[in-house]
Write a protein that binds this ligand. Structure first.
Ligand SMILES: N[C@@H](CCC(=O)N[C@@H](CS)C(=O)NCC(=O)O)C(=O)O
Length: 210
């Protein structure tokens, strides 16, 4: 059975969500990031990056949320959350997964950890420069959904939509959250209406952005 090392609402959330959506049995292990448990030697032995998530699959600890999503979706192809290799949508799926992982999620790292690139005392500057970049990402994604939605792959729901929903949730307390854009808001509604979302919220003890 896979074991997910998680912290409520963190990047582990989308991996947890997919495990539930796919109906897989799994074990959950809380990593208390408020006490720095993600930097403890026993956790670093599993994930030397010192972040969540880690998913132990077939006895092997694996990291990177996007890669974990893609692995789970491919292993459970019957759920249809990853277009089949070689199908026309597969390339688009790769594009959006990599775009979210490389161009959008790192902006949230800047937003939540502004001291990392600029040192203590520069948080306001980093955040002031990061918010418009996140908003620009929402604008581009919204334009894509307007022309090609309702999901990132058109009529086809995929793991990328779960990932986008988690990233949208992270913006909920920002000056301009993702849901200020109408097509993103519609996608968020669709994703929140899934029974797996309610189950995820119950298991992680989450209450906001419902
Ligand atoms: N690229 C990694 C990023 C993971 C990440 O930054 N996780 C954050 C929570 S959202 C974390 O563990 N932060 C604690 C820390 O950096 O010490 C992934 O997607 O798995």
């Amino acid at each position: 059975m896979p074991t997910l090392y998680y912290s409520p609402g963190a990047a582990s959330m989308v991996v947890h969500w997919l495990l539930i959506e796919l109906g897989l049995p799994y074990e959950l292990k809380l990593v208390d990031t408020s006490t720095g448990a993600q930097k403890a030697p026993e956790y670093l032995a599993l994930n030397p990056n010192g972040v969540v998530p880690t998913l132990v699959l077939d006895g092997q600890p694996m990291f990177e949320a996007a890669a974990l999503l893609m692995t789970l979706a491919d292993r459970h192809a019957e759920a249809g959350l990853a277009p089949a290799p070689g199908s026309p949508l597969r390339a688009h799926y790769h594009q959006w997964m990599f775009h979210l992982a490389n161009a959008v999620q790192p902006l949230f790292r800047l937003w939540w950890y502004p001291h990392e690139p600029a040192g203590d005392g520069q948080a306001d500057v980093v955040r002031t420069r990061t918010a418009p970049r996140i908003e620009a990402a929402w604008a581009r994604l919204d334009a894509h959904l307007a022309a090609n939605g309702p999901y990132l792959l058109g009529e086809t729901l995929s793991a990328a939509d779960f990932y986008l929903a988690m990233l949208m949730r992270w913006s909920r307390n920002m000056p301009k959250p993702a849901t200020d854009w109408p097509h993103l808001a519609a996608l968020a509604q669709q994703m929140k209406a899934r029974p797996s979302f309610a189950a995820l919220y119950a298991r992680e003890g989450l209450t906001d952005w419902t």
